[in-house]
Design a protein around this ligand. Structure first.
Ligand SMILES: [Zn+2]
Length: 351
């Protein structure tokens, strides 16, 4: 018998929509399926002012297919030296700016405008705490002397712990959490939440480099050990309200992924929901899926879950699914999760 579950239309609390022809090529995957999308600000020119956020939001809305049911991009500003408190407060008050994103300089794609120490931005965090503006953090040390698989833990201990202690009322999201150390850290503070990606829930670091290097699984923070993956799975399938879906969908053309220096990022907006559903189904925890995809994140950011619903059905037979998308000029992007997607159909509930 086919397995079926109905969930409120999900939200994606972490997504890279890019701009130009890549935005045109990817936006429909997000807008046709998700309600809110927390849009990351790391374009080639970082989104650091309210005016830039308005311009970017207009670009996104113009690119959104008109048949998208109930889609709202939520804009973030990049925590950089160009970020000004007065402008941030205006943007937040006018409901243009949802949150601020901190990147350690050099940690990932277009992060060169990021910070070298979080405490340098204390004056900004002070106002964010006062006005209830959430801080989103790419928690990964850039210290080359630290083993890459330990860099999340190192950052949490060396950087974020001080911030949590100095700003005990600021709402903070540890983005794309990838380790058990991260789970423990988030569970230790009431004001912390964490986004979790489909790929960190479904793959481990051996998948990435065995039997050969698999650039399509290369992302930041890197996918970690099987033990870490299992901790993430047991945490999200337990219904723990601090953890919610953020796909970290990050498209790169295959040319850049398979080139000499593989770009970090996985495009999973297309099938991320299927990948997550497959995990919950295989753990026999499908009843906890709506909490993770549609309720916990909304509650964390102060929203009600969507009143629209999606029906997810796991089919016995395999369905044929697309493996790539193509931009207007012919750049290809690999779709993550085709294996899982071949077992699921997802439709809007229409009664
Ligand atoms: Zn990201």
């Amino acid at each position: 018998m086919a397995l079926t579950i109905t969930i409120p239309r999900p939200d994606d609390w972490h997504v890279h929509l890019r701009d130009g022809e890549m935005l045109d090529a990817v936006i429909g995957y997000t807008s046709l399926r998700f309600r809110y999308a927390m849009v990351m600000p790391n374009l080639t020119t970082p989104i650091a002012t309210t005016d830039q956020a308005v311009t970017y939001r207009n670009l996104i809305n113009d690119a959104t297919p008109p048949e998208s049911p109930d889609f709202h991009p939520l804009m973030t500003l990049y925590c950089t030296d160009q970020l000004e408190v007065q402008d941030l407060l205006r943007g937040h008050k006018e409901e243009i700016v949802e949150a601020v994103k901190y990147y350690p300089a050099g940690a990932t794609t277009n992060s060169q405008s990021g910070g070298s120490s979080m405490m340098d931005y204390s004056h900004i965090f002070e106002s964010m705490q006062e006005h209830g503006i959430p801080l989103l953090v790419h928690a990964e040390s850039t210290n080359p002397n630290i083993d890459i698989y330990d860099r999340e833990a190192a950052f949490l201990e060396q950087e974020l712990q001080d911030i949590c202690n100095n700003f005990p009322e600021m709402k903070i999201t540890v983005e794309h959490i990838s380790t058990s150390a991260g789970v423990d850290f988030v569970n230790a503070y009431e004001t912390l939440g964490a986004s979790v990606t489909p790929h960190h829930l479904s793959r481990n670091r051996s998948d990435m480099i065995s039997p050969a290097f698999h650039a399509d699984l290369f992302c930041k923070p890197v996918i970690n050990s099987e033990n870490d993956r299992q901790t993430l799975v047991s945490t999200v399938t337990s219904g723990n309200p601090s953890f919610f879906l953020g796909t970290d969908s990050a498209p790169h053309p295959t040319k850049a992924k398979y080139g000499k220096e593989a770009k970090a990022g996985i495009f999973n907006a297309a099938y991320g929901l299927e990948v997550v559903a497959e995990i919950f189904a295989s753990e026999d925890k499908i009843d906890q899926l709506p909490a993770f995809t549609s309720e916990n994140g909304a509650a964390f950011y102060g929203y009600e879950p969507s009143e629209e619903q999606l029906v997810l059905t796991r089919e016995q037979v395999e369905i044929e699914v697309a493996t790539h998308l193509s931009t207007q000029s012919g750049k290809e992007v690999v779709l993550f999760g085709t294996e899982e997607a071949s077992h699921w159909t997802i439709k809007a509930k229409t009664d």
